[in-house]
Design a protein around this ligand. Structure first.
Ligand code: PAN
Ligand code: ZN
Length: 186
């Protein structure tokens, strides 16, 4: 994409759409096959309805060092079995690129992983979460409303989804006895 950045002011509407956006992504369950722990529950969910799990509204910028991309994510409430709806999760292709999330509404967790380390931090209205360089990140909606957040990351960061698709993410977030539980697979 041949883009030139210019001064601009964007608006996040009441449902979390960023306006104007230059690209929009819709992720449905069928785009995430194999990512939820309970394969049988995933099959059953897909047989019923290819649910919309999340939407991303992005204002693209040139893919250069020094530029910043802004986007919002609207992560819908729902579960596959007892596992809460989540994003695919990724590393930045340029591993040393960081990111900031600012929570606008809803509630959930941001899961982070790097080598043998992992962490989870709360996400919700007014939360500022920092994704340090080198950490994979995935967001989970643990509430009944959409979890909406704004993200800002370097223009040249890129996204590596393949590593998580192959290796999985070391934590999962489930409902256990009516409470939210973050389980570690390591
Ligand atoms: C976020 C994510 C967004 C969707 O903007 O891209 O929440 O998650 P996935 O990209 O994992 O599908 C971000 O971290 N950008 O770098
Ligand atoms: Zn990211």
């Amino acid at each position: 994409m041949n883009l030139t950045s210019k001064p601009i002011s964007l608006v996040v509407d009441e449902r979390g759409e960023l306006r104007p956006a230059t690209s929009t992504i819709e992720r449905r369950l069928s785009h995430m096959r194999g990512m939820y722990a309970d394969a049988e529950a995933e099959r059953a969910a897909l047989a019923q309805d290819d649910a919309l799990v999340y939407e991303v509204y992005q204002y693209d910028m040139p893919e250069f060092v020094g530029e910043l991309v802004v986007c919002t994510t609207v992560l819908h409430p729902g579960k596959v079995g007892d596992e809460f709806f989540m994003t695919k999760g990724h590393f930045h292709e340029q591993r040393d690129r960081a990111e900031v999330y600012y929570g606008l509404s809803g509630e959930g967790r941001l899961l982070l992983a790097k080598d043998d380390e992992f962490a989870d931090v709360p996400m919700g209205a007014s939360t500022v979460a920092y994704v340090p360089p080198y950490w994979a990140h995935r967001t989970v909606n643990t509430g009944d409303e959409p979890l909406v957040f704004l993200a800002v990351y370097p223009g040249d960061a890129g996204h590596d989804y393949g590593t998580i698709e192959t290796d999985g993410f070391p934590q999962l977030v489930v409902e256990r006895d009516g409470a939210v539980a973050v389980l570690s697979e390591r």
